[in-house]
Design a binder for this molecule. Structure first.
Ligand code: ADP
Ligand code: MG
Length: 565
């Protein structure tokens, strides 16, 4: 047996552990969901790697998760016969190296927004939730394919350090939680069962617990005798929900599945579940969340759709399954026509994946169209959460551009909140009005205050107020909607005549009177502006800057400048 080595946690990990131990009092039972979800991931990985290397699956019996507790010793044990970890992996995954989500999780907690443990899984730091209830955690693991003697025992009291030593161990991972004095309640089989049913019912592997009363006579249970123990009950459903017929699934089951998959606390806003037959067959169970995922704007974010092939988990951040502008969608796609040993590289060029992506994209757009038509309030919630992301679709997805354009909502000179669709706008265009007018600025408020609007306001013409960064690209990619061109109110050649006379009386202008002033201004500003003209577009402001016919709009110029162009 090798000697015990002691190593230190990364600083951020230490802060995280401190937080776990001292501040997370609500929903402490979440630790079990996190450990079960890690066990399930480890089983998924083993099954997946087992397709290219069958020897990895040798021994260990049926793939599954076992949970035991000992009320006298105050321990809870979670065990899986999955992929396991090598010594290097233990150190990298749960030791020294800080995870990318650690800082973000600390931020949300320290900002005092929530002291709620339920969020934890979203941030990729779920393992540490063990320390919410345990004052010592002992993890024993052995990587599949390595000899028994290359097992690793990791132990920590969740303070600055952990110890690590080489031991003999069966394949997979066993975690023993030595419960804190105030967490002894969790060493109770009934309690554990009910937690599993609440949070882990839809894990696709069986989660088993001893059938009779938990035996507490021999102390810590042996990791080796997965098969030897006589009676185990499976306590979760252990089926792939998406593979069941829709009619047999209740909304509660869908919601629970979504929460388990996304680590979200709320039920989703909407879902679609379809079995697609035809040239490529697949099942999609996709959800639109009711809250913004923390990494929506993070370039290194994980993707929200898990890929399965015939019920076998393949990967969980399959970037190619949906376009980027639908990155808020969570769910599962189970394809029948992909090989089980599919790699990311194969996915990238795959016709099957292209067809799945196109099909799922159309279905999600359809789902959003239905929501917009049938439940305007819900659609407003959706738009508030993900509207800015969906706008990217107008720029990126030419095939679906018109459908996405139909889903856009804007604030306008008539509606302060972003509730106006382009169809609404077109329906109330003035007689003689040919274009959809918009104005871009740093914010909707700044857009609303723009002097460029005065002439259009004076003629009773509605103008879209665009204040998001993406909007400039959006209007650049959307030349027209419903045959009506989009036209910037800041462009020089507004054809105001066709819009009829201004409703507000404008002071008469005699060009000749102004000529000396104009030439003086022109000379003074010759390096800055192309020309200085009299305008009939202002009713209140003395002056405004307009873009030339071919020129960039003022706002785009500002954006490019701030991007260093
Ligand atoms: P996440 O699951 O989001 O990656 P966790 O903190 O829950 O974050 O787990 C960290 C990492 O530790 C996992 O990604 C995995 O590599 C490793 N790990 C945790 N539990 C197990 C397990 N039971 N078997 C194998 N590896 C595990
Ligand atoms: Mg995890």
């Amino acid at each position: 047996m090798s000697q015990v080595e002691t190593l230190s946690f990364a600083t951020e990990t230490r802060q995280l552990l401190k937080l776990m131990i001292h501040s997370l009092y609500s929903n402490r039972e979440i630790f079990l969901r996190e450990l079960v979800s890690n066990a399930s991931d480890a089983l998924d990985k083993l099954r997946f790697e087992g397709y290219s290397d069958a020897a990895l699956m040798d021994g260990g019996g049926e793939l599954g998760i076992e949970i035991e507790c000992d009320p006298e010793a105050h321990t809870v044990t979670v065990r899986d016969n999955g992929i396991g970890m090598s010594r290097e992996e233990v150190i990298a995954n749960i030791g020294t190296i800080a995870h990318s989500g650690t800082a973000e999780f600390l931020q949300t907690q320290q900002a005092g927004q929530t002291q709620d443990a339920r969020l934890i899984g979203q941030f990729g730091v779920g393992f540490y939730s063990a320390f919410i209830v345990a004052d010592t955690v002992t993890l024993t693991t052995r990587r599949a394919g390595r000899p028994d003697e290359e097992g690793v025992r990791w132990q920590s009291a969740g303070e600055g350090e952990y110890s690590i030593e080489t031991v003999s161990a069966p394949r997979g991972t066993q975690i023993v939680l030595h419960l804190r004095d105030d967490a002894h309640e969790f060493a109770d089989a009934w309690r554990l069962k009910s937690i599993i049913r609440t949070y882990s019912d839809h894990i696709t592997f069986p989660v088993r617990m001893p059938a009779a009363k938990p035996v507490a006579d021999e102390g810590e249970p042996e990791a080796a005798d997965i098969d030897a123990t006589p009676a185990w009950d499976t306590v979760n459903q252990a089926t792939a929900l998406w593979a069941r017929p829709r009619t047999e699934i209740t909304q509660d089951e869908y919601d629970a599945f979504y929460k388990q998959l996304s680590y979200d606390m709320q039920a989703p806003l909407a879902q679609l579940h379809s079995r697609v037959e035809g040239s490529h067959e697949y099942t999609a169970l996709l959800f639109v969340p009711a809250a913004e995922p923390f990494d929506l704007w993070d370039r290194d974010r994980r993707h929200g759709v898990r890929l399965y092939v015939k019920r076998v988990f393949i990967m969980d951040d399959a970037a190619h399954l949906l376009p980027t502008y639908l990155r808020f969608v969570r769910g599962v796609i189970d394809a029948d026509d992909l090989p089980l040993n599919v790699s990311r590289e194969i996915l990238q060029g795959s016709k099957v994946v292209d067809s799945i992506r196109a099909g799922c994209t159309r279905r999600i757009l359809g789902l959003l169209e239905d929501m917009a038509r049938d439940d305007a309030d819900k659609y407003q919630r959706f738009w508030g959460l993900f509207g800015r992301v969906l706008k990217e679709g107008v720029v990126e997805d030419h095939a679906n551009r018109d459908r996405i354009a139909g889903l856009l909502r804007f604030a306008t000179t008539r509606e302060a909140t972003p509730t106006v669709s382009l169809a609404d706008y077109v329906a109330r265009m003035k007689d003689g009005q040919k274009a959809i007018y918009y104005i871009t600025a740093d914010s909707v408020a700044a857009a609303a205050a723009s002097p460029h609007l005065e002439a259009l306001r004076a003629r009773g013409v509605e103008v879209l107020l665009l204040g998001d960064r993406i909007d400039e690209w959006l209007v650049g990619s959307l030349p027209a909607f419903d045959g009506k061109p989009l036209q910037s109110a800041a462009q020089a050649d507004l054809n105001l005549d066709e819009l009829g006379p201004a409703e507000t009386e404008l002071p008469p202008v005699a060009d000749a009177d102004w000529q000396p002033t104009l030439s003086a201004l022109q000379t003074a500003l010759k390096d800055t502006v192309e020309s200085v003209r009299l305008s009939d577009r202002l009713t209140e402001s003395p002056v405004c800057l307009v873009a030339g016919k071919e020129g960039l709009s003022g706002n785009l110029e500002r954006l490019l400048k701030s991007a260093g162009q």
